[in-house]
Design a protein around this ligand. Structure first.
Ligand SMILES: Nc1ncnc2c1ncn2[C@@H]1O[C@H](COP(=O)(O)OP(=O)(O)OP(=O)(O)O)[C@@H](O)[C@H]1O
Length: 710
């Protein structure tokens, strides 16, 4: 019979992940979906736990010393607490179970994500492992080989203690010692290979998933972004994406590891002492029951925490984006309270999660103690019957230190998976959001042609998705190549909506919009947007150099073309005067350039694009009179020879228009030239009069935007 005299002295690596964190190092993610550190994962997360952790569950070190995970959590909780919530908040930190609603209490935090089971979430994201499945298979082979090596080492250790140590025979030492060494080297080799591959595969999965979600987000219509806070979307693209990796790649590897380790270690246990092994297994289902009991609550806390993470990012992002408003209106305290509220919700969810994790840990600890007591009880009886020595019993008890972690991990893995579904739900919500428009099916698109620039709106009606009323109804007009059509009307009349239909952010629900007689949905989106340039109300600036900001109008443009576009936009002089010239980095909130200067950079970009149709949405909004005057000249150059649809309240530009359209509650109520409409004395005359402080008095031209020679 095999016997053990002492603890194993060799550092065996127990295989199997430990997702709930008994062996967790500080900073390692908890199972209920707190997002992972941004660095590469620790090898243990793929199923390889170093001896320092595996040791001591039942061995001399005892469980308390191996409790790095607890300290890790503690450190993190306090560290995150400093994010902005005061210590007093922790007094509210919920009891376990009380946090179900905690994440939904803060302002603007909605839970709109669909509910998924872990299985549905897994099925949804598993296809993304395509291309890396052969690596996953190889990782699993490594995991199994490592478990085999571990088992062999356990058996060789028993051989050594039985034959070399107990009998005190050195000659019986050499063969098992050499075999053990070979097994250890092989185990190290597959461990290295498996871990390296696992990190590579997991990171590739994260990369692929993020790219996929990001690509999808970029196709979503404007109303999606109006309904979701930007910070929350950022959180989904970072933290949630990473939590899904835990479910898919690490989840599969950890499951294979735990299952094989459990089976192999169990076989080894039965081989060593079948009666003690039976006693050890009798209470094992309790691990599974404990995990089941906790899974629902952990998912709920995980959801709260993901939502709270998104809310914190949103508040920080919104506050910093609105820093002028904050400072000018003394809103510093209000913003701090806002962040404090969100951070408080996060703290409650986080602390509840940590407590639940800890509760589960301690329960598992008690179950393990019960199992060990069952083994010791049976062993005591065996010893009293002279069928066993105390050394053998202690050796078997030490062996349980290797046997229980993978069994326990099987239960914990369930928790990790259910927790990761919280992140999956939030990503599925994005992925299921439909783009408002799509390219024509392959083969159905019209053949690209040389666009002349005739724009037609033919009885166009439109309602925003989810909107309760029509924004546009029966809108018809035509702008021929080179014509300048000005659209005006009261605020909310539907003017900007016209620009969104013309650039196909949405399709009309009635009627058609056509370019050169071709309905917009019949041409590829890229083709349309190459030929219709939008200069929206807010100046669009990339976080990049001025050169790149202009060049993105036509990627690949030569330097002299960029400079010429800047000259035409009256931007070259102030750009050249900057110390770094065209290499000056700017961003949307840049203080180095004025609003008018940024607008001229946007005009230079449009110049370079050289599209036959131009849509200008309030091109001078937000600029003072001087800046607006400086922008008008380059605008004249830009508009020259192009079909221009200008949306504006500023009727100073109207005398130059070939046609003026007046929109009211989504309908065209008047159309004609500036002079005709003033003479008509209707809606246009009233708008014009209110702008100029007189009614119908001024019928003369206001030569601000003459499209004559440049
Ligand atoms: N994403 C949206 N979902 C629902 N309704 C919307 C959406 N965007 C705009 N609307 C509504 O459509 C109507 C027309 O909006 P639009 O922006 O076209 O008006 P506008 O004439 O350009 O106004 P302004 O001159 O103030 O810019 C408004 O009542 C607005 O509330």
């Amino acid at each position: 019979m095999t016997s053990y005299q002492d603890q194993p002295t060799m550092q065996l690596r127990a295989i199997g992940s430990d997702p709930v964190g008994r062996h967790r190092r500080p900073g390692r993610p908890r199972p209920y979906g707190r997002h992972r550190p941004k660095t590469a994962r620790l090898p243990e997360e793929y199923g390889y736990v170093p001896m320092a952790d595996a040791h001591g569950e039942f061995g001399g070190d005892g469980g308390t010393h191996g409790d790095g995970g607890t300290h890790g959590d503690g450190g993190r909780t306090s560290g995150d607490g400093s994010k902005g919530c005061d210590g007093g908040e922790s007094g509210n930190s919920g009891k376990v179970g009380e946090t179900g609603n905690s994440g939904a209490t803060g302002e603007g935090r909605e839970r709109t994500a669909p509910r998924l089971t872990a299985r549905q979430a897994f099925r949804r994201f598993w296809p993304l492992t395509q291309g890396d499945r052969h690596r996953l298979v190889l990782i699993c082979v490594c995991v199994i080989a490592a478990a085999l090596a571990e088992t062999a080492a356990i058996l060789l250790f028993s051989d050594l203690t039985d034959n070399a140590l107990r009998r005190g025979s050195l000659s019986a030492f050499w063969t098992p010692a050499a075999q053990w060494l070979v097994v250890a080297v092989l185990g190290a080799a597959v461990g290295y290979l498996g871990n390296s591959l696992a990190v590579w595969t997991a990171e590739r999965f994260v990369l692929r998933l993020r790219a996929r979600v990001f690509a999808h987000v970029q196709e979503l219509p404007p109303h999606f972004f109006q309904r979701h806070r930007q910070g929350d979307l950022v959180e989904r693209l970072t933290g949630d994406v990473e939590s899904i990796e835990q479910m898919v790649v690490s989840g599969v590897v950890s499951t294979v590891s735990a299952v094989f380790s459990t089976v192999l270690f169990s076989l080894a246990a039965f081989r060593l002492r079948w009666d003690l092994a039976l006693a050890a297994f009798v209470l094992a289902p309790l691990f599974w029951l404990a995990a089941r009991r906790f899974s629902g609550r952990i998912t709920s806390v995980a959801r709260d925490e993901r939502v709270a993470d998104g809310a914190i990012t949103s508040v920080v992002e919104e506050s910093l984006g609105n820093i002028v408003l904050t400072q000018a209106y003394n809103r510093k305290d209000a913003e701090e309270r806002r962040l404090g509220r969100e951070a408080g919700a996060w703290l409650r969810a986080s602390v509840a999660g940590a407590r639940m994790s800890e509760l589960y840990e301690q329960l598992v600890e008690v179950i393990e103690t019960l199992c060990v007591l069952a083994v010791i009880g049976l062993g005591a009886w065996e010893i009293s019957q002279d069928r066993m020595t105390i050394g053998q019993l202690l050796a078997f008890a030490a062996f349980l230190g290797y046997l229980y972690p993978p069994i326990r991990n099987l239960g914990q893995l369930g928790l990790t998976l259910t927790a990761a579904t919280a992140g999956a739900e939030r990503l599925v919500e994005i992925l299921d959001a439909e783009p408002a428009v799509s390219d024509p099916p392959p083969g159905a698109a019209v053949v690209p042609w040389r666009v002349h620039g005739t724009v037609e709106f033919d009885r166009v009606g439109f309602r925003y998705p989810g909107g309760d009323r029509r924004t546009l109804a029966g809108v018809s007009f035509t702008a021929r190549p080179g014509e300048f059509v000005l659209i005006t009307g009261a605020s909310g009349a539907g003017k900007s909506t016209v620009s969104k239909l013309l650039t196909r952010f949405y399709d009309p629900v009635e009627g058609q919009v056509r370019l050169d007689g071709v309905p917009l949905p019949a041409m590829p989106l890229d083709f349309l947007r190459e030929h219709v340039t939008l200069l929206p109300q807010e100046t669009l600036i990339l976080h990049d150099t001025i050169r790149e900001n202009i060049a993105c109008g036509r990627p690949g443009a030569a330097e002299h073309e960029i400079v010429q576009a800047a000259r035409d936009a009256a931007a070259h002089d102030f750009i050249a005067a900057l110390p770094e010239g065209y290499d000056t980095r700017i961003d949307p909130h840049t203080a180095r350039l004025s609003g008018g200067q940024l607008q001229r950079i946007a005009i230079a970009r449009a110049m370079l694009r050289d599209a036959p149709v131009l849509v200008l949405d309030e091109p001078t909004t937000g600029l003072d009179a001087l800046a607006a005057r400086r922008v008008v000249r380059p605008l004249r150059r830009l508009m020259s020879g192009r079909t221009t649809i200008m949306i504006t309240h500023d009727l100073n530009l109207a005398p130059d228009a070939d046609r003026v359209l007046v929109l009211d509650h989504g309908r065209v109520v008047e159309t004609g030239t500036h002079r005709d409409l003033l003479a008509l004395g209707g809606a246009y005359a009233r708008l014009h009069g209110s702008q100029n402080g007189s009614s119908q008095a001024d019928t003369g031209p206001r030569p601000t935007l003459r499209l004559g020679p440049l």
